[in-house]
Write a protein that binds this ligand. Structure first.
Ligand code: S3P
Length: 436
């Protein structure tokens, strides 16, 4: 049953809050924990549907996953030690869980079925399967979307692979497969994508090398690796924090601090862009936690101005574009967000869904090729019903927009918010946001 929700103009948002753990790091901690020997103890693991699906998959592949004393502990099987699950692995809505796991399973001589929800079964898997096929993974019927049945092998071939699309998921899948291939596997990326897999692999003891080459950054993993279980503290998710940052910027007289937000440079494009647009966002107590840079963000209401957001910046804020586009509607002047073709391959076609939602709210927006252009006029009419296409980030972006709009904004369904940020409405409400 769809669960609509309405947000209304709010002011004086205030308080100190923490957002839940980073989704990307949470998936990786579970998967690397399963591929390591010994125990991996994870604190701050995101408790949301996408990550639960990965935890279940990891358990079905033989790792022991248990909750104790507010942390999650994974007892791993070692590289090459995964066992055939008794049933298909269901990744729900999660592109990250399913794509990374394809790479992790590739180096094990087992047959595994992968499936997911309607949205995940529409998303492209060929981008991951192509390099994994080159390494020796077999896919029944040559399918390129879920559901699919794959046959791993303990005889993988190391490859050199240039990413055709800037995707951390594809990069990660290849590196995870490379763990169990003899020799060196190299991935080359023209634009830097999130580097949590590389960081965590190094932290678990894998031998890894990153160097600049002509075509971009080359990351090499040495195969036949051994990983050792480690302690992981998951920092706050900047993609979830983005909605709170946006709310504080557009709701008048607001002053909000979000503690412990991941500030990895491959993820901080949203904050960087908003500061350029005139947003008052202070990075307080910049520190390192669990091998990642983290800061507290103090955000105050701000008058924003439109600008051009270059395509090179897209990977560092790829999940934040729906929210950025909504913020651009409150800015003065035009915001042109360039090079957004990857938005079409997310949980929904986010380029089309964002444009349609903005237009419904009375905002002048248009798509030109792969660019999204929003004409800001300092305010937003709202008073609309926005279609979320079962996409959690579209739902949260437009609910946040409603907090600054003249008339309330309703989104048609909020159930998918549970995939990444179940406490979204509750946390926003503690700051003073109005939902009904
Ligand atoms: C993710 C990478 C991004 C991002 C997704 C999480 C990851 O996808 O959109 O939400 O954890 O590696 P792509 O790698 O497909 O760009």
């Amino acid at each position: 049953m769809p669960q609509p929700l309405t947000s209304s103009r709010s002011a004086r948002l205030s308080g100190r809050v923490r957002v839940p753990g980073d989704k990307s790091i949470s998936h990786r901690a579970l998967i690397l924990g399963a591929l390591a020997t010994g125990r991996t103890r994870i604190t701050g693991l995101l408790d949301a549907e996408d990550v639960t699906a990965t935890a279940k998959a990891v358990a079905a592949l033989g790792a022991e996953v248990r909750r104790c004393d507010g942390m999650v502990e994974v007892a791993g099987q070692g590289v090459g030690g995964l066992i055939a699950p008794g049933a298909p692995l269901d990744f729900g809505n999660s592109g990250t869980g399913s794509r990374l796991m394809l790479g992790a399973v590739a180096g094990n001589p087992i047959v595994v079925e992968f499936t997911g929800d309607e949205s995940l079964c529409r998303r492209p898997m060929g981008r991951v399967l192509k390099p994994l096929n080159l390494m020796g993974l077999e896919v029944d019927d040559g399918r390129a979307t879920l559901p699919l049945k794959i046959r791993g092998t303990d005889d993988l071939i190391p490859i050199d692979y240039t990413l055709p699309v800037p995707s951390a998921q594809v990069k990660s899948a290849i590196l995870l497969a490379g763990l169990h291939a003899p020799g060196k596997t190299t991935v080359i990326e023209a634009l830097p994508t999130r580097d949590h897999t590389e960081r965590m692999l190094g932290y678990f003891g894998a031998e890894l090398l990153a160097e600049e080459r002509e075509g971009g950054r080359a990351i090499t993993i040495c195969g036949d690796a051994e990983l050792h279980g480690a302690a992981i503290a998951v920092p706050g998710d900047p993609s979830s924090a983005a909605f709170l940052v946006a709310a504080a910027l557009i709701a008048e007289h607001s002053d909000v601090t979000i503690e412990g937000v991941l500030m990895n440079p491959t993820r901080s494009g949203f904050v960087e862009t908003l500061r350029e647009m005139g947003g008052s966002i202070e990075l307080l107590d910049l520190r390192h936690e669990g091998g990642e840079p983290v800061a507290d963000l103090r955000v105050r209401s701000s008058a924003l101005k439109g600008l051009r957001v270059p395509a090179e910046r897209a990977p560092s804020m790829i999940d934040e574009y729906p929210m950025l586009a909504c913020l651009a509607a409150f800015a003065e002047g035009e915001t042109r967000m360039e090079g957004l073709s990857e938005l079409k391959a997310k949980e929904s076609d986010r380029l089309a869904a964002t444009e349609a939602g903005l237009k419904a709210c009375g905002v002048e927006a248009r798509i030109e090729g792969d660019d999204l252009i929003v004409h800001g006029s300092g305010g937003v009419k709202g008073g609309a019903l926005v279609k979320t296409h079962m996409d959690h980030r579209i739902a949260m972006a437009f609910l946040t927009l409603g907090l600054g709009a003249d008339a309330p904004v309703t989104v048609d369904d909020t159930t998918m918010i549970a995939t990444s940020f179940p406490s979204f409405a509750a946390l926003m409400s503690t700051l003073g946001a109005r939902f009904s």
